[in-house]
Design a protein around this ligand. Structure first.
Ligand code: HEC
Ligand code: HEC
Ligand code: HEC
Ligand code: HEC
Ligand code: HEC
Ligand code: HEC
Length: 406
């Protein structure tokens, strides 16, 4: 069965007699591929370069080997295919690999055509599992999966009950045809189950109550957890981008990427183009060769014009209104007061509780910086007539419901 499957997979490609499909060739090719090509290529997926499987169908063997050895020789020599490909990939230069022997190249092609055959069902399952993982913050078995498993279990149980019922009725019919049985036996076979009695029995009532109670308690606990989980929430992100490296070590100002903080409500998460300002030139951390797979993801996003799907960390409910520029520019509050030492964070986590009490506490205690702000002069004067305290956010309406709620 497995053999047939593998075989049919191989048959799907017009096998070039010069590309061996032996285990040794494939695994030798795989290690060369991983060392030299993997940063830019996948077998079945476009990355920085094209997906490679099937290339021996598209092109002449000699052409491929020449291209891998030094693609620029072909491009500059005006080879039509090479020039078209080079243009299609925005003039990205594929590095030369003139250190590879002819045997190496042949093994590479074996791996490219026959290696890592993906079983579509397994791939779909893996992709599904990844999606579920991303959706649930905790790790372990994602909640949606538990629900699905439970539903399946219930369905199976019901099916078993139905089948058992069928068997009982068939057996009953069969036994009734049997003339050897005396009256007692017949009465036993034909007895009706007393469903009413079962439902009213103490046992049943206890079981049902217990199930309902367990359900209520579980829901309540889940609810409590979601209240607590927010603070310290640090989801893993699609790219291993580090604030510690960028904002800490390289001292890139927060506003360089979070362009909205000074002009409006939202701080903005930078688009891949902002990353490209630098990563056009920086392809890896110092001391490493090739393209970092994490940075390759930025190229992938830009090339395919799809946004990087960062997972949101901070999220106020819709009923609350918060404005960054009001706090950062007018209020002069530092990012770190609310977000903590982001420049030391490898992965961003939610530092503050973000509850109403948190906002209100700060508004009660924070003095307004009125120095050199004419707008506040009048307010300060009015305020000092009625109170000895400094002017605080609460005194300018920072506790009014409508300021924070629509
Ligand atoms: C730095 C990124 C990079 C690396 C590393 C790289 N390639 Fe490429 N490759 C490309 C790009 C980009 C193209 C598209 C053509 C172009 O821009 O020159 C390409 C094109 C190709 C093609 C032509 C595909 C076609 O559809 O005709 C082959 C074959 C190929 N690469 C094989 C390899 C092999 C084998 C290795 C490793 C030994 C490798 N490449 C390493 C970027 C890379
Ligand atoms: C080079 C670009 C860059 C710089 C500089 C930068 N950030 Fe970020 N920031 C990002 C990206 C990308 C994300 C989304 C991914 C993540 O959460 O790590 C992010 C996420 C955040 C978040 C979480 C947003 C959410 O989803 O709720 C906060 C808070 C934040 N940054 C604060 C800061 C602060 C404070 C600074 C300066 C000390 C800073 N950032 C500097 C790129 C940057
Ligand atoms: C102002 C320049 C600049 C910007 C903008 C920038 N980076 Fe970087 N990035 C760097 C530097 C510098 C390094 C470290 C290089 C080194 O250590 O040699 C780096 C390293 C990285 C690394 C680590 C690579 C590895 O192999 O570990 C990742 C991932 C990364 N950046 C992602 C991003 C993302 C995503 C963005 C956009 C949100 C971004 N960068 C924006 C300058 C920048
Ligand atoms: C007074 C507290 C406070 C200060 C100061 C503050 N933030 Fe925020 N930040 C928040 C809150 C609250 C949210 C959640 C907003 C929401 O969900 O609507 C947030 C969300 C964010 C986000 C996620 C995207 C968004 O706009 O919702 C980023 C990025 C961010 N802040 C960066 C910064 C940076 C950079 C600074 C400093 C320049 C800063 N913040 C200063 C409280 C603050
Ligand atoms: C670290 C302290 C701090 C925290 C936390 C904080 N604020 Fe503020 N907030 C201020 C300061 C300071 C001002 C005054 C700015 C000014 O001078 O107008 C302000 C002003 C405001 C105003 C304008 C009030 C007015 O009368 O004009 C609103 C609305 C507001 N904050 C909403 C929020 C919300 C919503 C939260 C919680 C999600 C929050 N703030 C958390 C410090 C804080
Ligand atoms: C400084 C800003 C601020 C002020 C002033 C404020 N709130 Fe809120 N309120 C919030 C924030 C932020 C949340 C969301 C907190 C959370 O999700 O835990 C919230 C949540 C709520 C909720 C929903 C609670 C829940 O559990 O979902 C209610 C109801 C509410 N506020 C009523 C009021 C009333 C009434 C007032 C006036 C007396 C008021 N708020 C004043 C910021 C404020």
């Amino acid at each position: 069965m497995v053999l047939i499957f593998l075989f049919s997979g191989i048959q799907a490609y017009a096998v070039d007699p010069e590309v061996p499909d032996s285990e040794e060739a494939i695994s030798a090719g795989q290690s060369i591929f991983n060392a030299n090509c993997k940063t830019c290529h996948r077998l079945d997926q476009k990355l920085i370069g094209p997906a490679l499987r099937g290339v021996t169908d598209r092109r002449e063997l000699a052409w491929i080997k020449q291209f891998i050895t030094n693609s620029q020789v072909l491009v500059q020599g005006g080879d039509a295919d090479a020039v078209a490909l080079f243009k299609e990939f925005n003039n990205t230069v594929m590095p030369a690999h003139d250190f590879l022997s002819d045997g190496d190249l042949t093994n590479l092609l074996s791996y490219i055509e026959f290696g890592d055959k993906v079983d579509p069902a397994a791939a779909a399952a893996a992709a599904g599992a990844e999606g579920g993982e991303a959706a649930s913050s905790g790790g372990g078995i994602p909640n949606e999966y538990l629900t699905i498993i439970l539903v399946v279990l219930v369905i199976v149980l019901v099916l078993v009950l139905v089948v058992l019922g069928l068997i009982v009725s068939v057996l009953t019919k069969y036994m009734n045809k049997n003339d050897d049985l005396d009256e007692d036996d017949k009465a036993f076979i034909n007895q009706k189950t007393d469903y009413k009695g079962i439902f009213k029995s103490d046992g049943m009532i206890i079981i049902v109550t217990a199930i309902v109670l367990a359900f209520v308690v579980k829901t309540a606990i889940n609810g409590l957890y979601t209240v607590g989980v927010q603070q310290g929430y640090a989801p893993s992100q699609p790219i291993a981008y580090s604030h510690e490296l960028h904002a800490g070590q390289y001292e890139i100002p927060c506003q360089y990427c979070h362009t909205g903080v000074e002009i409006g409500k939202s701080a903005n998460i930078p688009s891949a183009n902002i990353c490209m300002n630098c990563h056009m030139h920086i392809q890896n951390v110092e001391g490493k060769d090739g393209i970092s797979p994490e940075i390759a993801k930025i190229y992938d996003a830009v090339d395919n014009n799809k946004p990087i799907e960062w997972v949101r960390v901070h999220n106020l409910p819709d009923l609350a209104y918060f404005n960054h520029s009001q706090h950062v520019v007018v209020g002069g509050v530092e990012c770190q007061t609310c977000h903590g030492p982001v420049e030391e964070m490898e992965v961003v986590s939610q530092y503050s509780a973000l509850t109403m009490g948190w906002c209100i506490d700060c508004h009660r205690n924070t003095e307004i910086d009125t120095q050199g702000n004419e707008y506040y002069d009048k307010l300060v004067q009015l305020h000092s007539e009625s109170s000895n305290d400094a002017l605080k956010v609460k005194d300018i309406g920072g506790l009014e419901c409508a300021k924070c709620h629509y």
